[in-house]
Design a protein around this ligand. Structure first.
Ligand code: 3PY
Ligand code: MG
Length: 266
């Protein structure tokens, strides 16, 4: 079974997760060596391309951290290339209904379950060294679909029940946008929608995750039953320290450029 999905199904505390947006294999490796348990390599909202994904997976693979790769879109050609580059667990954004979920499930699996194309020398097969790769790959792949609109929330049970969907991830930022609350993932309406989505996934026994803006909200989401929570992003943590250093410098010496006051984390 896919190690990340196995971890979610094993119960226990929500594993500590991070978005990797900087595209740096060194940063990914360093974070993996320092206690984060899983990471999303974000090929949707960062300049990370397929070759970057391969390099980041090489770096992460040398650490205990588990990698989830977010595809830029629910598109079989892109998904095939990410899988060939070695992604084992795919996060597919903006899945709106059961039909789109089924399309994602088909994209990540070889025939007869799916339509993933076959090549002998992919990184996924250790460049052909895994002799029975084609026979074993489907069982090792994990698929997490993102729910990011009220329309998708309405159909969450149907989406989650699709054969081959292993877990669901609520995207509060896009959800806030589609609710007319642009970027305000912490808005009480977005939080209520997220809480209800978590409860509904729990009822049907489907692992569910989301992202948190603070440690307190991560704890609240875990109490509601979220099986996996992203706490931060590499860029967000870096910029948090950049802002702290700038403020300290200004207090000490009165200088330093004034930057943006944003505290956005993702
Ligand atoms: C969202 O919040 O919209 C996401 O996709 C998670 O980053
Ligand atoms: Mg999103």
């Amino acid at each position: 079974m896919n190690p990340f999905i196995a971890r979610l199904r094993g119960g226990g505390p929500a594993p500590l997760g991070i978005f990797l947006m900087s595209g740096s294999p060194i940063v990914a490796e360093a974070i993996g060596c320092n206690g984060f348990e899983w990471a999303i390599v974000d090929a949707e909202h960062s300049p990370i391309d397929v070759a970057d994904v391969a390099h980041m997976l090489m770096a992460i693979g040398s650490t205990p951290m588990l990698a989830v790769v977010r595809a830029p879109w629910n598109e079989p050609v892109i998904i095939k290339r990410l899988l060939d580059a070695g992604a084992a667990t795919l996060l597919v954004p903006f899945v709106q209904d059961a039909e789109e979920a089924a399309r994602a499930a088909a994209a990540v699996r070889y025939p007869p379950q799916g339509l993933r194309g076959m090549a002998g020398l992919s990184r996924a097969s250790r460049f052909g060294a895994v002799a029975d790769h084609f026979r074993r790959a489907n069982a090792g792949v994990g698929l997490i679909v993102q729910i990011e609109t009220p329309q998708a929330l309405d159909r969450i049970e149907d989406i989650a029940a699709v054969e081959g969907v292993d877990a669901v991830f609520i995207g509060p930022t896009d959800l806030s946008g589609s609710m007319g609350l642009y970027g305000d993932g912490a808005h009480p309406d977005v939080q209520a929608a997220t809480a209800s989505a978590i409860a509904r996934c729990k009822r049907i026994g489907k692992p569910v995750g989301t992202l948190a803006a603070t440690l307190e909200s991560a704890a609240a989401l875990a109490r509601q039953g979220a099986d996996f929570v992203v706490l931060a992003s590499d860029l967000g943590l870096l910029l948090g320290q950049v802002r702290t250093a700038r403020a300290a410098w200004k207090t000490a010496f009165g200088g330093g450029q004034d930057g943006q006051a944003s505290t956005v984390r993702y």
